[in-house]
Design a protein around this ligand. Structure first.
Ligand code: R2B
Ligand code: URA
Length: 302
């Protein structure tokens, strides 16, 4: 007889099968329900995801400097998910910093496991962020873009995956209030521009983002320009590769989430990513918008 590991009402998860598992392995993040997940993660308030290990480690170090006195984590941060060798996860007090890899499949697997983690650890009202990179449509490299909304490469506001041989469409929606809150803490003295708009989530970096410098290209410059005009006409300001899975799965779980990206390239000016505005820039933006804000006090104070 299997023992029920999940006695309280299901919240972030909506799968009665979980109630009947003897043990649940969150395989890709090297955690399982035999561990004391509430003890290890129960105080998590912010789950910050970003593409790479080094960026998220850097981000965690940065957060450690900011809030380390109140949430000592020892001398070295350690990668909690190292054994699985897929994603990296660092915890600094109430902030969990996790790398998500590239593309919706990678982000989707991680988000599924993070939702289950929030559930098993009994986290209260966590807020999820993707802090990433993107190409912009018409804005300079270095511009920070808050996603108001996201759509797939056919401009549909869904995250669609085949399930049992049929497409399952989930609305890809970000939290409206969180977006407003983020916009409200943007400081006009910041020495970078912050804009917002709809984000297109592509399934590919090359043809899927209308790049002409991949190994294959079946369209003309004119076609590409027409497509970008169509994007502009629909309020689409940037292109990246993870927002729809992130938005749809967190929405389904009832977890507040938003996406903030820094533009590495203005796609109206070219395909190739030359400027590399990475972790420091994002970290600073994130720090200034979320962690310096007095609301952080409220969040940490529980
Ligand atoms: C932004 O950058 C990556 C592609 O270079 C991808 O993960 C994304 O969304
Ligand atoms: N990431 C993307 O997905 N596209 C870009 O153009 C730059 C970063």
């Amino acid at each position: 007889m299997s023992r029920c590991i999940c006695k309280r009402a299901l919240s972030y998860t909506q799968n009665p099968n979980l109630e009947c598992l003897n043990e649940d392995n969150l395989h890709h993040i090297s955690l399982n329900t035999k561990m004391d997940l509430p003890g290890m993660f129960g105080n998590v308030k912010f789950v910050c995801t970003g593409g790479t290990d080094s960026r998220m480690r850097g981000f965690a170090e940065y957060i450690k400097q900011l809030i380390g006195e109140r949430f000592p984590v020892g001398v070295e941060l350690s990668n909690i998910s190292a054994p699985a060798n897929r994603y990296s996860m660092y915890k600094v007090g109430p902030v969990l910093c996790v790398s998500h890899g590239m593309g919706n499949p990678s982000m989707g697997i991680l988000t599924n496991e993070l939702i289950k983690l929030m559930h098993y650890a009994k986290c209260r009202d966590p807020v999820f962020f993707r802090i990433g990179t993107c190409g912009s449509i018409g804005h300079d490299g270095g511009t920070v873009i808050i996603s108001d909304d996201c759509c797939d490469g056919c401009l549909r506001r869904f995250y669609s995956i085949p399930v049992l041989g049929k497409m399952l469409d989930r609305p890809a929606q970000l939290d409206k209030q969180l977006i407003i809150d983020l916009k409200n803490v943007v400081d006009k003295n910041d020495n970078f521009k912050v804009i917002s708009g709809t984000t297109m989530c592509a399934e590919d970096f090359y043809e899927g983002q209308a790049r002409m410098d991949g190994p294959f290209c079946k369209f003309s410059d004119e076609d590409k320009l027409q497509f970008f005009n169509r994007l502009c006409g629909q309020g689409i300001v940037n292109i990246e590769m993870e927002s729809t899975s992130f938005a749809a799965l967190t929405k389904q779980a009832g977890i507040k989430a938003c996406v903030v990206c820094v533009a590495l390239v203005n796609r109206l000016k070219g395909d190739s990513v030359r400027a590399y505005y990475l972790s420091l820039y994002l970290n600073r933006f994130f720090f200034e918008t979320v962690f310096l804000d007095c609301r952080a006090e409220k969040c940490y104070g529980r």
